[in-house]
Write a protein that binds this ligand. Structure first.
Ligand code: SF4
Length: 70
């Protein structure tokens, strides 16, 4: 199981990722991607969230959602 982190400075506010992983991803007051349930940099998805979050990372046009390689 891998954690993910966000490169917020690369988010172009397209809104695709939350549709893919609505339990993990939200947007801040400036419409920039953030985690839905934590302010921490890294997010470890639950087993059920793994595939949706992987799909969100894959669909991001700027690769702002990144998997931490262990
Ligand atoms: S898909 Fe990428 S660019 Fe689009 S809102 Fe999500 S993090 Fe930002």
């Amino acid at each position: 199981m891998s954690s993910y982190y966000l490169k917020k400075e690369e988010c172009i506010m397209c809104g695709l990722c939350q549709r893919k992983a609505p339990t993990c991803i939200d947007y801040d007051d400036n419409s920039i991607v953030c985690w839905k349930n934590t302010d921490q940099d890294e997010y470890l998805p639950t087993k059920e969230e793994e595939q949706p979050l992987a799909n969100a990372a894959k669909c991001c046009p700027t690769h702002a959602i990144r998997q931490r390689k262990n």
